[in-house]
Write a protein that binds this ligand. Structure first.
Ligand SMILES: [Zn+2]
Ligand SMILES: [Zn+2]
Length: 340
């Protein structure tokens, strides 16, 4: 690992020396990319929210402010039991979403089937199928982190959010307020995850804490929460929970945000670059090479030059939204060199 960190140092120095002009243009490029990812995610949510409302109203005869009515029902169901409501929204719901998605992915990882999914594998020949003993150990750690680390942390978050807002209040936030908060949470996550993650790559911290997460050089979905407990608190939980605490967000916004964060990290680790889903190439490359691509959206990696080697790879060429059914390992094969 020491060699890796020395290499990081060299890569950073050489990229810093390779010209400020290029990095300024590159930075703007990746800010635009991040804005595009966050913006299109929010547009998708807005469109999804609107069309879901429309269908519910059209087919189930709901009328008026459908979401507020639905929330009032939930609110009355839990009346006076805010802590229970908070637990369901910020622990039970996101954890269920995580396991439903990862349950499906695990079926593919353990069986190596169906081929219409496995053909999108990023690191060909790896986890085909996944090693059962290694997987059991990962799942045990994930469950430990969820129950014994995330659980108590959600209690703490509940107490803190009680000071900054009224998370279980009877009134839903407006749709626009919710979307603005989600955009802000994403930015906070990028900043806090990038710097805490880089800190964990410092040689003195790496071997004690972060090395565990990197045992998987070809990650799978559940590996997203396979980490040392301290890393789970600082790098996985803190960057995600801090936004709603600071803004005193409503539990519905927080719940949606936690679910999105868990789905997004699962996709980043899943090992398959599937059509019409965000590209997992960036973080997959981080697991493969250790010293590149530390952030979530890549904005801070561009700023600090920690994506300089990634940008010279096939994986970078494939790091786009796949809009056809042809796997990127076929359309941009390994032996095909750009500019040759
Ligand atoms: Zn990872
Ligand atoms: Zn790392």
């Amino acid at each position: 690992m020491k060699t890796e960190s020395r290499e990081t140092g060299r890569a950073e120095k050489s990229s810093a020396g390779s010209g400020q002009q290029e990095s300024a243009g590159g930075l703007w490029d990746s800010v635009k990319k991040a804005a595009f990812v966050i913006g299109s995610g929010i547009l998708f949510l807005a469109a999804f929210g609107n069309s879901l409302t429309w269908h519910l109203q059209r087919f189930w005869g709901a009328s008026g402010d459908f979401w507020q009515k639905l929330w009032t029902q939930v609110y009355l169901l839990f009346e006076g039991h805010d802590a229970a409501l908070f637990f369901v929204g910020t622990m039970l719901a996101p954890t269920s979403v995580f396991w439903m998605l990862n349950g499906l992915l695990l079926l593919v990882d353990t069986s190596g089937k169906p081929s219409f999914i496995t053909r999108y594998r990023i690191q060909e020949g790896r986890n085909d199928p996944v090693d059962p003993a290694k997987l059991r150990q990962a799942v045990r750690t994930v469950l430990f982190n969820q129950v014994l680390i995330s659980g108590p942390m959600v209690v703490l978050v509940y107490l803190l959010t009680g000071w900054t807002g009224r998370p279980c209040g009877p009134e839903l936030p407006t749709f626009h307020r919710g979307l603005m908060e989600l955009a802000l949470f994403s930015m906070l996550e990028e900043i806090l995850f990038y710097y805490s993650h880089r800190l964990f790559h410092h040689p003195s911290l790496y071997k004690h804490f972060h090395k565990q997460h990197h045992e998987w050089t070809a990650p799978i979905g559940v590996v997203s929460i396979y980490a040392h407990p301290l890393e789970h608190v600082i790098s996985n939980m803190l960057p995600v929970v801090i936004g709603p605490v600071l803004l005193g967000s409503h539990i519905t916004t927080t719940s949606v945000w936690y679910c999105l964060a868990l789905v997004s990290t699962t996709i980043s680790h899943c090992g398959y670059h599937l059509p019409f889903l965000p590209s997992p190439e960036f973080h997959d490359f981080h697991h493969l090479r250790f010293n590149q691509c530390f952030g979530v959206f890549g904005v801070l990696d561009r700023l600090h030059g920690t994506d300089s080697r990634f940008r010279q790879t096939k994986q970078y060429e494939r790091h786009t939204l796949l809009t056809s059914l042809t796997p990127l390992t076929h359309s941009i094969p390994e032996n095909h060199k750009k500019g040759q």
